[in-house]
Ligand binder design. Sequence first.
Ligand code: SAH
Length: 219
Amino acid sequence: MKSPFIETLDHQRDTMIRSHLIDRGIRDQAVLNAMREVPREEFVSDRFFDKSYGDHPLPIAEGQTISQPYIVAYMTEALELDSTDRVLEIGTGTGYSAAVLSRIVTIVYTVERLGELAKDARQRLERLGYSNIVIHEGDGTLGWQEHAPYDAIVVTAGAPNVPKPLLEQLSIGGRLVIPVGMSYDSQELIRVRRTSELDYRTEQLCDVRFVPLIGAAGW
Ligand code: SAH
């Protein structure tokens, strides 16, 4: 028999999928499956354990945040992923969104500028058995040239504008989803599609609020 505690988490996870994701328009079955599969409670600190599946972001170490589940699902869906895709994420944080991505695509490369977060995320993902995520500690505004080009790139911190290296590291047909805005704490989520060697098409998706992307091509 399941403990009441686990039952509560199961219930909260179901509510997240149904009320916070499906009812708000998330349709991609692969995204919904991934959100159902990844144990978010393993990524939040103990003191927020019972709030793991709440409809809000949560504080993590180093003054950063793990995004609201809806935003993770929305951004993942906006990437229009295919199971053969190779994805670059900027802003590993806890590793949660990387874990979600890893359930959908072949491999996830993820870059985190803060050493402590990168180290904790690496340990956590290893312990949980995620074997198709590679973490790099460094400035993600420069992308990660070594494994480029990427079919999709997602940035989980707010940038003043779109970092050029990320555009260059996108494959033709590739999608970049990134919060962009001239204010430190409010941005617009945009999707940039590389349509040819030299051409990109930009779409505005919605208003969002992320911690700042700090680096050479960021704040
Ligand atoms: N995706 C994360 C949440 C990220 S919060 C999760 O699921 O938990 C944003 C993260 O971006 C923070 O950890 C912050 O340290 C990181 N960050 C900010 N600027 C960065 C940069 N230039 N390169 C890499 N990571 C950066």
